[in-house]
Write a protein that binds this ligand. Structure first.
Ligand SMILES: [Zn+2]
Length: 212
């Protein structure tokens, strides 16, 4: 059974994906990671993706769908946690058919509800561990020792390259224009759970566990 985490940038879904993924052995399918990997590979597709990311606009569905489909096929035996996908109705429809043709249906879609005004502040305070991918927030969830990753001990904690203010504003706006309609889409299917994502990390995890 598969899950989707739906929410604007910096709503905390990446952190929860990691927690849930470790706890239940979900495969964490992050389209952000898939796209970054493709960009770093230097492929022509990667170059196209890079151009859209630099503008803060959503990557065209046919590109993301292809990346996701391949990744689903590579992890056929696992339950998958989709983080950052689908972003639009046409992607949600694509995902339904991709899953029907492989492993199983979506069990739950979690919508991470946060005030839009809070998001930019959160993102600007966010740092990632380059070694293991752990995410911290200097205000709400700092590493125990300053500048050192709790998880792996690496000292390479830094802000992500795409975290500049203009791009972020565009990404947040894209979410509310293009992704928010998915709430109704999944509500109609009876699998939507709205999570209060302003709560501390542990409380958000509890809300999710209660609904599983
Ligand atoms: Zn680390």
């Amino acid at each position: 059974m598969h899950l989707v985490f739906l929410g604007p940038p910096a709503c905390g879904k990446g952190t929860q994906s990691k927690i849930l993924g470790d706890k239940f052995n979900y495969y964490h399918l992050s389209t952000g990671d898939l796209m970054r990997k493709e960009v770093n590979s230097g492929s022509i597709l990667g170059e196209r993706i890079n151009q859209t990311l630099n503008k803060g606009i959503l990557c065209p569905s046919e590109i993301v769908n292809e990346l996701v489909k391949k990744d689903i096929e590579n992890h056929k035996q696992m339950s998958i946690l989709f983080d950052g996908y689908p972003r639009k109705i046409d992607q949600a429809i694509f995902l339904e058919s991709a899953l029907e043709n492989s492993v199983g249906k979506l069990k739950n879609v979690f919508y991470f509800d946060v005030e839009p005004s809070e998001l930019l502040q959160r993102i600007l305070n966010r740092i990632n561990c380059r070694a293991c991918g752990s995410v911290y927030n200097l205000q709400t969830n700092p590493p125990k020792e300053e500048g050192v990753c709790d998880n792996c001990g690496s000292k390479e904690l830094m802000r992500r390259g795409d975290d500049n203010e203009e791009i972020l504003k565009n990404r947040i706006q894209s979410f509310y224009e293009e992704t928010n309609p998915l709430k109704d889409f999944y509500l109609e299917r009876g699998i939507l759970t709205v999570v209060d994502a302003r709560a501390p990390v542990e409380i958000v995890t509890k809300q999710i566990l209660n609904a599983l």
